[in-house]
Design a protein around this ligand. Structure first.
Ligand SMILES: Cc1cc2nc3c(=O)[nH]c(=O)nc-3n(C[C@H](O)[C@H](O)[C@H](O)COP(=O)(O)OP(=O)(O)OC[C@H]3O[C@@H](n4cnc5c(N)ncnc54)[C@H](O)[C@@H]3O)c2cc1C
Length: 386
């Protein structure tokens, strides 16, 4: 099956060649062992794909979010799960757009060379959930350091990252005019922090996704690790969140195509009542419907990428792309498992694994309801509900 937009065929072909060495069996085995795809991520890093967004002057390839999204899409489309490594792509935008020249020179060449990994971002907290401006983790300046106290939850890839972008409150909520003010973002060097003020507790979960609770107890961060201006972190992190939503839209599109290819091949072969099950319109229509939805979501994904790469506001498009793509991949997943019958539940078909993996994107990194709320309030101008 061809993509509606194949202007990136060279990237697709190169990523597919690499992914061919890490086929679905590789990810299936890791899923069972709940292990991290070290060899795959190393290979991606060595081939330069993890440095796609880093400008050439810092040792990367200087590509845009559009190309980064194609890389992530292809990984999922080949049967893998880019959730193991997509963090570096969306965190990069935060550092690139808001980091100082010193920070870029310090980190980017090492990230490009694969010596440092920037895979983690700490935003979500257990007692505030999606209501991000109420976060309780604080960073208090004391001389040349910030001292961090608080708690985060669902912070992914900590055990496979050297650096984390952290959102913390630097001015109490009661002292700011707007609730989105008074938060700041920092680069935390996890190699210095773990065991010295930062405790990490893994969360076993439904997918093979390495994610954790974090406990900060007087963690000291050098003041120079503040990104941009103190108090403006929420605005900075929104850029990163838009990149994250757009990349995850692309991953869902990769999943959607994978499910559609897989089920289309199966229903042509599976004979029941003396004919291929795919000859029944009751089987064809849900597959055709999910294909139409994946294709439509793909257009919004490219629009979100285009706006992001042009440094234009893209919040609405990034959210809508993520909404459409996550919904489309979930419909494709349902059709795929349904028409595999009992075999859809057998691990060796990979359908149940991909089904679990794509389900996550109805909830994370932002739930479907919160996207609807964003569009209602910020695009349609309906009254604020919270
Ligand atoms: C596997 C995994 C990995 C993750 N990785 C990271 C990470 O690396 N870094 C990070 O910071 N976070 C991470 N997250 C957190 C993720 O972003 C949140 O789980 C997600 O944003 C939802 O927040 P919550 O779980 O607190 O849900 P809540 O805010 O408690 O909401 C629960 C549900 O209630 C509904 N809801 C809530 N408020 C409203 C409303 N006002 N109107 C209508 N419906 C509403 C929504 O349906 C929502 O799904 C991860 C989560 C998972 C599961």
């Amino acid at each position: 099956m061809q993509n509606a937009n194949d202007a990136y065929q060279d990237i697709r072909d190169a990523v597919r060649d690499l992914c061919d060495q890490y086929p679905a069996e590789y990810f299936r085995k890791l899923d069972m062992e709940r292990a991290y795809p070290d060899a795959f991520v190393d290979a991606l890093t060595k081939a330069g794909w993890m440095a796609a967004l880093i400008p050439q002057e810092y040792g990367g390839s200087g590509l845009g979010l559009t190309e980064a999204s194609v890389i992530m899409e292809e990984i999922n489309r080949c049967g893998g799960n880019s959730g193991a490594c997509h963090g570096q792509m969306y965190n990069m935008g935060t550092l690139l757009r808001h980091g100082s020249e010193e920070q870029k020179r310090l980190y980017l060449p090492k990230i490009a060379a694969g010596e440092l990994r920037l895979q983690s971002m700490g935003v979500t907290e257990p007692s505030t959930g999606t209501d991000t401006t109420k976060i309780k983790t604080t960073a208090v300046k004391q001389g040349d350091r910030y001292v961090v106290n608080g708690q985060k939850v669902w912070i992914s890839r900590i055990q496979h990252s050297d650096l984390m972008i952290l959102l913390a409150r630097t001015t109490p909520l009661a002292e700011v005019k707007k609730k989105s003010e008074g938060m700041s973002i920092f680069i935390v060097d996890l190699r210095d922090a773990i065991g010295k003020g930062l405790t990490v507790r893994p969360i076993p979960n439904m997918v093979n996704h390495e994610t954790n609770e974090l406990f900060f107890d007087n963690l000291e961060i050098p003041a120079e690790n503040l990104i941009g201006e103190e108090g403006k972190g929420f605005r900075y992190i929104l850029d990163g969140l838009n990149a994250e939503r757009t990349l995850i839209a692309a991953e869902c599109i990769g999943d959607g195509y994978w499910f559609i290819d897989k089920v289309s091949a199966y229903v042509k072969e599976r004979i029941v009542f003396g004919r291929p099950i795919g000859q029944n319109q009751g089987v064809q229509f849900p597959i055709a419907e999910s294909y139409i939805e994946v294709e439509a979501a793909n257009l919004m994904r490219y629009e979100a990428c285009r706006l992001y790469d042009a440094h234009q506001p893209c919040g609405a498009q990034a959210n809508m792309a993520k909404y459409l793509a996550a919904k489309a991949s979930w419909e494709a997943a349902n059709a795929c498992i349904q028409f595999h019958g009992g075999f859809g539940f057998a691990c060796e078909y990979d359908v149940e694994r991909k089904f679990r993996e794509t389900r996550l994107y109805q909830v994370a990194p932002i739930s479907t309801n919160l996207i609807l709320s964003h569009v209602a309030e910020h695009v349609l101008g309906l009254p604020r509900s919270f």
